[in-house]
Write a protein that binds this ligand. Structure first.
Ligand code: ADP
Ligand code: MG
Length: 342
């Protein structure tokens, strides 16, 4: 297979709030807006951004747990919206999720062995012997002793439970694992162990990852590429090294400046981001980051910046740092309204 494993085109998700029985217009949460990216086989794409910026909604759209308002998710050039039930089931088999809180996502009454072999048993019957062998193999893959297979989740540490969540995701040999804040609840030392496990797995079995985190510092060593999201949109998409060495979008710059840096040789950037994240129900006009941006100019209040491809292969949505020379200024509908109203 040559093309990307997964391609996302202009994905948008609005959640309407309430039924709007009497009101003409229902307020909507603009959770995800015009998000496009692709993931190659064996690649790790990280999605980072502050809480509420739409990361988990992107994951849910990819799994088709929610339907997009507009835009498409393509696997092998096929829109998952047109898949029949059995094809969607097959796609979900190729794509597995690991969640932040393994405790609530693991059945507390099942043993570790039952938990990690369950996905396979949803597809085929296993004999006792096969089940034991599979459980042992999966536990070894995630660095745990096969003796752990009889333990209950409550008898395991947080790190072990997260290893179990990963073992369960690996059970069906997926081509892609989506890890949504998979290490966020863990202590820093355990975090590093789990990140190393993911790196090892990728090197050994060439699995692709979409690694989602609100914490930019955890993605530095595991990502091939990083998409930085702000209020539902990707503002910068770059190779991991390039992003950390030379952030272009002022928001990326601020996130890196705010992240704890264990490397004293790295230059500290300008002041970290100021102020609160605005509401996705009524996002600011133009570039949604403009009220918090120290570099904002007039155009930033009016036009939504497009992700502009740059010479080094990254893409940046910023009128100041990545001026869009191909396209003339086009005021967005909201900006026009607020300008005429004001
Ligand atoms: P993140 O994972 O980056 O923290 P989410 O994707 O969970 O962000 O949420 C993005 C935005 O969408 C948030 O403002 C959140 O409150 C809103 N949201 C998420 N799910 C729903 C839903 N089912 N109904 C209404 N709003 C939602
Ligand atoms: Mg989330």
């Amino acid at each position: 297979m040559s093309g990307p494993l997964l391609k996302v085109e202009n994905l948008t998700k609005h959640y309407p709030l309430g039924a709007g029985f009497l009101k003409k217009t229902i307020p909507v949460v603009r959770a995800v807006a015009d998000v496009s990216f692709s993931v190659a086989a064996g690649e790790t794409l990280c999605i980072v951004g502050e809480s509420g910026c739409g990361k988990s909604t992107v994951a849910r759209l990819l799994m088709r747990l929610v339907k997009p308002t507009s835009g498409r998710v393509l696997i092998d050039e096929t829109d998952i919206a047109v898949l029949k039930a059995h094809e969607l089931r097959a796609w979900r088999r190729r794509m597995q999720m690991v969640f932040q809180d393994p405790y609530s996502s693991l059945n507390p009454r099942l043993t570790a062995g039952q938990i990690i072999t369950e996905p396979v048993e949803n597809w085929e019957r296993l004999s006792r012997k096969q089940r034991k062998a599979l459980a042992a193999e999966l536990l070894r893959k995630v660095g745990m002793s096969p003796q752990m297979m009889d333990r209950l989740p409550s008898e395991l540490s947080g790190g072990q439970r997260q290893r179990l969540g990963i073992a369960r995701a690996l059970a069906l040999n997926p081509s892609l694992i989506i890890a949504d804040e998979a290490v966020s609840a863990l202590d820093v030392s355990v975090q590093a162990q789990i990140l190393n496990l993911l790196l090892d797995l990728q090197q050994q079995i060439g699995i692709a990852f979409i690694f989602i985190s609100h914490d930019l510092s955890v993605v530095e060593h595991i990502g091939h590429r990083v998409a930085v999201m702000y209020l539902g949109r990707i503002v910068e998409l770059a190779a991991c090294e390039a992003l950390f060495a030379n952030p272009v979008h002022p928001y990326t710059e601020a996130l890196i400046a705010a992240a704890p840096v264990p490397d004293p040789t790295r230059v500290r950037l300008e002041a970290p981001v100021q102020g609160e994240v605005p509401s996705p129900i009524n996002p600011p006009s133009g570039c949604a980051f403009h009220p918090r941006c120290p570099h904002a100019v007039n155009r930033c209040r009016i036009d939504v910046p497009r992700l502009v491809p740059m010479a080094d292969g990254r893409a940046v949505a910023c009128h100041v740092r990545a001026p869009d020379t191909d396209f003339p200024a086009q005021p967005s509908a909201t900006a026009t309204r607020s300008l005429t109203a004001g």
